[in-house]
Design a protein around this ligand. Structure first.
Ligand SMILES: Nc1nc2c(c(=O)[nH]1)N=C([C@H](O)[C@H](O)COP(=O)(O)OP(=O)(O)OP(=O)(O)O)CN2
Length: 120
């Protein structure tokens, strides 16, 4: 079974690899929404796939590294597209959350990138 928890953060970024005429080449900000999805069996005793409180602990700290930061200055996010942010969150979270199934990053309400690991 899959469950999902959403996190929000505010950040500035610019995309260094788009043409200078592209508006995202300039520094601008977004209110990001991140949806993380673990997948696993429901524990017959707790009734949980994963306790939402534990996810909050793990992802809260990670999201703090992005919140109110310039993403280009975060190591590993020199080209902070929605795709690369999803990969960055996955790479940092997966070692501590083996059940992680996917990470979806909304850059705007209409645009998102989802990463579900290098093998899928
Ligand atoms: N595949 C991707 N394409 C684009 C990305 C991305 O991360 N992956 N990023 C951008 C820009 O950073 C960003 O999305 C621009 O956002 P914004 O102009 O605010 O978005 P809207 O087009 O929705 O803005 P409106 O002014 O509301 O129309 C571009 N492409």
């Amino acid at each position: 079974m899959k469950i999902s928890q959403a996190f929000k953060f505010e950040a500035a970024h610019r995309l260094p690899n788009v043409p200078q005429t592209h508006r995202c080449h300039r520094m601008h900000g977004h209110s990001y929404r991140v949806e993380v999805v673990p997948n696993g069996a429901v524990d017959p005793h707790t009734g949980f796939v994963k306790d939402f409180f534990n996810m909050e602990e793990a992802f809260g700290l990670l999201i703090k590294k992005l919140d109110h930061h310039c993403l280009n200055e975060v190591p590993g996010l020199e080209n902070p597209t929605a795709e690369n942010i999803a990969i960055w969150i996955w790479d940092h979270a997966k070692p501590r959350l083996a059940q992680l199934w996917s990470v979806r990053v909304y850059e705007t309400t209409d645009s998102w990138a989802e990463y579900d690991g290098p093998d899928r």
